[in-house]
Design a protein around this ligand. Structure first.
Ligand code: GLN
Length: 190
């Protein structure tokens, strides 16, 4: 078991803390050589998707990671990470990995509602805490995408094969059950 956590920008440390607390070894992915290692799972953290997308290309990590995702490497993508996976962005022309057939709206809650905390049902896990920070949401999901959670009628979590995309930040609720990180590790153990 080795979980690669993209560590070019954003909230990657919190994911590493959560995964290590659950006993999963992690490595930070900072350069091409890191990506070429054997991985059992991949975390794409929150942050700024435009910056992450640029750094992925500048650091020559983009193609190798995209190939691993397409080959079925389990992915936990939060917030900006979800934007990286989306095949379409409704308010941005530039897509990144584009491996998940979802249309995502960036900064979808507007400025004032950009950050909020709530609690909502997540398929199979019951009620989980959800922290949103300048969050996107999924406007529409294509064939084969399973919706896992909605808040106010908007899709905030979905799964497509082994790609798990969340609009919120489970790594910021570490005092809680870490239910979503456990769910992801179960995907990696299969
Ligand atoms: N607003 C960010 C973006 O568009 C995502 C915010 C986040 O990851 N917390 O990339």
């Amino acid at each position: 078991m080795m979980i690669g956590v993209l560590a070019v920008q954003g909230a990657f440390i919190e994911h590493i803390q959560a995964l290590r607390a659950l006993g999963a070894p992690c490595i930070e992915l900072r350069q091409k050589a890191d990506v070429e290692q054997e991985l059992t799972g991949l975390v794409l953290p929150g942050g700024e998707s435009t910056v992450q997308g640029k750094l992925l290309r500048d650091l020559d990590m983009y193609a190798a990671l995209k190939e691993k995702i397409q080959q079925g490497l389990p992915v936990l993508a939060t917030c900006a990470g979800m934007i990286l996976l989306a095949e379409h962005l409704s308010n941005d022309d530039k897509v990144h990995f584009a491996t998940m057939p979802i249309t995502v709206k960036r900064n979808a809650y507007g400025r004032q509602l950009g950050s909020f905390h709530t609690q909502a049902d997540f398929a199979g896990l019951g009620s989980v805490p959800m922290t949103f920070i300048r969050a996107p949401y999924i406007e529409s999901a294509g064939a084969g995408v399973k919706v896992l959670a909605e808040v106010d009628g908007r899709i905030v979590a979905a799964r497509y094969g082994d790609q798990l995309a969340l609009a919120f930040h489970p790594e910021l609720d570490l005092d809680k059950s870490m239910a979503i990180h456990k769910y992801f590790l179960a995907m990696c153990e299969k």
